[in-house]
Every structure is written in C-alpha cells, then in structure tokens.
Design a protein around this ligand. Structure first.
Ligand SMILES: [Zn+2]
Length: 115
C-alpha cells in the first residue's frame, strides 16, 4: 500500500511547516489528489489515521480533495473535464486534445490555530 508512504510524506511536510510556526497548532491538512495519480483517497485517509494514531498528531485532520482529469483542445484551447474517457473537445469536436490535469499529488493547505 504505497498510500502509507504518501501519508508519511504528508505528515513530514506538516511537521516541517509546524517547526516554522512555533506555538501554532496544525489542526487540518489538505491534500490534492488527481484521479490519474493512482492514489486511493480512502487508503490514504486510512494510512494517515494509522500513522498518527497514538501520537501527538492524532487529532490532525486530513482532507483529501480529488481532482478530475482535464484536457485542453489543441484546436480551440477549450479546457474540459474528461468523463467516461471521452477525450474529444466539447467545444469544437476536435479529437486532438492533451492532458493538462488529473495527476496532482500535492499539499493544498494547512489549517493552523494560534495559541
Ligand atoms: Zn476544440
């Protein structure tokens, strides 16, 4: 389950950020996961919970935002969400489109409480 490794990276990023804000308490971390990233959001949440249970990070909430696959039309530059593997442009019908999103795997936000 590589989601556990990702959960660990997320926690490390939170810890690094917390060090930069002495006294502040990180209450929530948001992660953006594209549907092409090959990450199961449920597994990630589960792994994160397993990782923080019984530690000082136990009450840290994880918010996973999934990002849909997006394409851009090479002919008219329309960007659109790909649904049911339909890659043709909904604007002009062109078949030549390129993938521009959906493989995200990044921190979206940190929510902190100042004492
Ligand atoms: Zn188009």
């Amino acid at each position: 389950m590589h989601e556990l490794g990702i959960a660990n990276s997320v926690l490390e990023a939170v810890q690094a950020e917390a060090l930069r804000h002495p006294g502040a308490h990180v209450v929530k971390v948001g992660v953006r996961v594209g549907e092409l990233a090959g990450v199961n959001p449920d597994s990630l949440a589960f792994g994160f919970e397993a990782l923080t249970r019984g530690t000082e990070w136990e009450r840290l909430a994880l918010d996973v935002e999934t990002c849909p696959r997006r394409h851009r039309c090479l002919a008219c530059q329309t960007t659109f969400r790909v649904v049911d593997a339909l890659f043709a442009c909904p604007g002009c019908g062109a078949a030549q489109t390129e993938c521009i999103g959906g493989d995200e795997l990044e921190l979206a936000f940190l929510e902190m409480e100042e004492p």
